[in-house]
Write a protein that binds this ligand. Structure first.
Ligand code: PAF
Length: 300
């Protein structure tokens, strides 16, 4: 077993805390059995810990990467203010049963002077988050491919909470024929329905109340489609917008889409398209929140 590259508080039950690419590659090369990777930007919450629990049941080794990736923040976004809590995160990983943590730094993943590379799936990234945050998914794809190449996991885990990201990563992995299985982990919610997100810690009590509007908008869409039989996408989107507005959420989008291609629908009929996904995004103060729900599938 490789020596521990550092002795962060709480890291004792982890086999390794890997702070650079060489250490990560060497460690990975020495692992026998299957490896799962959970890519994160830290500020870990129960949603991330659920990934660790799921991956423990699927692989012999569970690695968590913690890296606030600068290339996926668009200009004026919250890269500097993004919550960072590395020591606590490492402790949480250990407690939840991860076997290793990879914490690279930006200078090593993006060496100054190295030419930019763009990886994209334009059909999937043109709308929704991709429209509101130009360049975001290109940054996500770039760092995910780097992490997969460095750690070469058998399984990589993505949350359904970042629905568009999940579909984009699946498309990249399929097209580039990367030898890794992408698994999706359902969204973990607070008791009242608010989707867990690292950004929630930046909401004060009043903003948190407003943020719940995203979940309520999705539940309104679910009722409208599943109980009332509404099939007009515009009617469902308007209903979601009304709930978001009543919670003073500055709306980014409220959309119903095909669950795989994310294309617009002429008619909302989950039974015909293998489900329908409703997606919402908006700003509450300076905090951008997103959420989604599969309609016609028992998701809630
Ligand atoms: O979902 C996230 O936290 C990030 O987008 C990811 C996948 C870790 C890439 O930086």
């Amino acid at each position: 077993m490789p020596t521990k590259p550092n002795t962060e508080a709480g890291a004792d039950s982890l086999a390794a805390v890997l702070c650079n690419v060489d250490a990560a590659r060497t460690y990975r090369a020495g692992l026998e059995g299957t490896v799962a990777l959970i890519p994160t930007m830290g500020a870990l919450h129960d949603g991330h810990l659920e990934h660790i629990r799921v991956c423990r049941g699927l692989a012999d080794h569970v690695l968590v990467s913690i890296f606030v990736n600068p290339t996926q923040f668009t200009q004026g976004e919250d890269y500097q203010r993004y919550p960072r809590s590395l020591e606590v995160d490492i402790r949480k990983c250990a407690e939840a049963g991860a076997t290793g943590v990879f914490t690279p730094n930006a200078e090593e993943l993006y060496p100054p002077g190295q030419l930019d590379i763009e990886i994209d799936s334009p059909a999937l990234t043109g709308g929704l988050e991709g429209r509101d945050r130009p360049g975001h998914f290109q940054g996500v794809c770039r760092v995910v491919v780097k992490l997969l190449n460095i750690l070469q996991p058998d399984i990589v885990s993505f949350g359904r909470k970042d629905y568009q990201q999940l579909r984009v990563v699946q498309a990249v992995v399929a097209d580039l024929m990367m030898p890794v299985r992408v698994i999706e982990v359902p969204t973990v919610r607070e008791a009242d329905g608010l989707a867990m997100s690292s950004r929630n810690v930046r909401l004060d009590a009043e903003q948190r109340r407003r943020g719940l509007g995203l979940y309520k908008a999705l539940m309104a869409a679910k009722r409208l489609v599943e109980q009332d039989g509404e099939t007009d996408p515009k009617a469902v989107e308007q209903a979601m917008c009304a709930v978001l507005q009543s919670h003073q959420v500055e709306i980014g989008y409220a959309a119903v889409r095909h669950p795989q291609t994310l294309s617009e629908l002429e008619c909302v009929e989950p039974a015909l398209t293998g489900g329908v996904v409703a997606l919402v995004a908006g700003d509450v103060g300076a905090v951008r929140l997103i959420d989604n729900m599969l309609l016609g599938s028992g998701d809630r």
